[in-house]
Write a new protein. Structure first.
Length: 222
C-alpha cells in the first residue's frame, strides 16, 4: 500500500503539520489521483488537502475536457476521498491560464480562514505543501517565479518509476515528503485520453473511479 514517506533531513523543524495543495489538469482525474488524496487524508499531520484544478496548464497543450467538466469531476473526487479534502475553483474562475505562484498567494487567505475556524492558528503553524509529480518537480525551474514559490511552500513529490528525486536546476526547494506510486505506473491521464480517443471506453474506465463513469458516458454520449 502506498504511503507518505517523510524525509527526516528535509522535514520542517518548526511544524510537523501541513496543508496540502494538489494542483493539476486532472484531464480526467483517475485512480492514481484518488490514491494520492486517500494517502494525504490518512496522514495524521495533514490537516486539509485542497484540490486545485487548473484552467489550462501554461506548459501544456489544450485539455480534452473543458475546465468546467474537469472541475465537476474533481468535485466528485473530493467528495469520495474524505472530509479532509476540499476543492478550489480559483484557477477555473480566472478563465485563463494561471501560474501556481499566483494561486498560492490567493489561497493563503482561504487557508488562514480555515486555520482560524478550526482553532489551528496557534504555534507551531501548519506549513503549506504543494503536491506534484516528480517530472513536474524536475522542471520546476521553468515555472514563473519558481524561487519565490519555493519560499512559500514545501513540496510533496509523487514518484512513479524511480526511487530518486531529481531536483530542479538552480533552485533549493524543500521536499517535505514523497509518495511512491510505482504500482500505478500504467495509469495516467494521457493514457486514459488515448484510450478514449480510440474508442476503447471500457479499458479507460478501469483507470477511473466508478463515481465519474456517468460523467464520462454523458460527455461521449455513450
Amino acid at each position: 500500500m502506498s504511503s507518505i514517506k517523510i524525509g527526516a533531513n528535509n522535514q520542517s523543524q518548526d511544524s510537523a503539520y501541513f496543508i496540502a495543495i494538489y494542483g493539476g489538469s486532472f484531464d480526467p482525474p483517475h485512480l492514481a489521483h484518488l490514491e494520492i488524496l486517500k494517502i494525504l487524508t490518512n496522514n495524521p499531520f495533514c490537516l486539509q488537502t485542497i484540490l486545485l484544478p487548473n484552467y489550462q496548464n501554461p506548459l501544456k497543450s489544450k485539455s480534452l475536457f473543458s475546465p468546467n467538466e474537469r472541475l465537476k469531476m474533481c468535485e466528485i473526487l473530493a467528495q469520495i476521498s474524505g472530509d479532509k479534502t476540499t476543492i478550489s475553483d480559483y484557477e477555473i474562475r480566472q478563465n485563463r491560464p494561471t501560474h501556481t505562484i499566483t494561486s498560492i498567494r490567493s489561497l493563503q487567505k482561504q487557508i488562514s480562514s480555515f486555520l482560524d475556524s478550526n482553532q489551528l492558528d496557534s504555534s507551531p503553524q501548519a506549513k503549506l505543501c504543494f503536491v506534484l509529480g516528480s517530472d513536474s518537480f524536475e522542471t520546476l525551474h521553468l515555472w514563473k517565479d519558481s524561487q519565490s514559490l519555493c519560499e512559500l511552500v514545501e513540496f510533496i513529490v509523487v514518484k512513479r518509476e524511480s526511487n530518486t528525486i531529481t531536483h530542479p536546476q538552480n533552485l533549493t526547494p524543500k521536499v517535505r515528503a514523497s509518495i511512491n506510486l510505482s504500482h500505478f505506473n500504467a495509469i495516467s491521464s494521457s493514457k486514459v485520453r488515448e484510450l478514449l480517443h480510440k474508442g476503447e471506453i471500457n479499458k479507460a474506465l478501469k483507470m477511473l473511479p466508478a463515481e465519474i463513469f456517468p460523467f464520462i458516458h454523458a460527455h461521449f454520449q455513450l
